[in-house]
Design a protein around this ligand. Structure first.
Ligand SMILES: NC(=O)CC[C@H](N)C(=O)O
Length: 251
């Protein structure tokens, strides 16, 4: 199994490091033809406008769309989620080209600027049921997007509560979003739609491999034969501070 990681900009090295930890070959993808040699693709976090400009420059969009249409597994983290969304709000003037395929509306900078980045515990029972370990996952949100609405074919994997002022200023109140049990408001931060997986946060910056092992199983389900044994150590689920400190500052 070979997993491609779009390597135009952003945290592609961190994803490749996790794949290596799991004994899987991760290859940097910068050209359309390289997509022919990978079973699945991770689109990393970074800065989606910059990434889109680079993808346009390298004429990657047609090949990326084709890859999605062929039913190959694609996982977008953060800026990668924005890439996969059919609809985006909060874009820079003129917007940006998207790969699309994921029936949802994403708000590019829902949680605010760089200094409003944060970490939070997320309840993701579906992934824990498949990958083992506790139902709580650490979410590292760096200038993160959020999903404002999803189509009927999209499975919501994780939500996060948001303050009522944030909620009121985001047009969500107009869209009849779900209220959680404490009668607070919440937004969607992880989804799956068939071959597409998307997270608004950065699992590659934690020591918890379960999002990656889940994606590798999506890859082996589609690809050739059984997945080489992939371990899921769940004894140390703390954030990888070093990896986070090494991240470039997104603008
Ligand atoms: N960490 C990230 O990938 C941030 C994404 C950023 N909000 C963007 O628009 O691209």
């Amino acid at each position: 199994m070979v997993v491609g990681v779009l390597a135009l900009q952003g945290s592609f090295n961190e994803h490749i490091a996790v794949l290596k930890r799991l004994g899987v070959k991760g290859v940097e993808v910068r050209k359309a033809e390289q997509l022919q040699n990978v079973n699945s693709l991770i689109i990393p976090g970074g800065e989606s406008t910059t990434m889109a400009k680079l993808a346009e420059y390298h004429n990657l969009f047609p090949a990326l769309r084709e890859f999605v249409k062929m039913g190959k597994p694609v996982w977008g983290t953060c800026a990668g989620l924005i890439f996969l969304a059919d609809r985006a709000t909060g874009q820079k003037t003129g917007g940006q080209e998207l790969v699309g395929g994921l029936d949802c509306t994403v708000h590019r900078n829902f949680f605010g600027s760089q200094i409003q980045s944060f970490e939070a515990d997320l309840s993701v029972p579906d992934i824990a049921a498949k990958e083992g370990g506790p139902p709580i996952f650490r979410g590292v949100f760096i200038r993160a997007p959020a999903i404002l609405d999803v189509g009927p074919g999209v499975e919501v994997l994780a939500n996060i509560p948001v303050s009522s002022d944030k909620y009121a200023s985001s047009d969500l109140s107009l869209q009849g979003q779900k209220e959680n049990s404490d009668s607070g408001k919440e937004v969607i931060v992880a989804v799956r739609q068939g071959n597409l997986l998307a997270t608004a946060f950065h699992p590659e910056l934690t020591a918890d491999n379960r999002w990656h092992t889940y994606f590798l199983k999506m890859t082996s389900d589609v690809g050739e034969g059984a997945l080489a044994s992939v371990s899921t150590p769940v004894d140390d689920l703390t954030s990888n501070e070093q990896a986070k400190n090494d991240l470039p500052i997104y603008q």
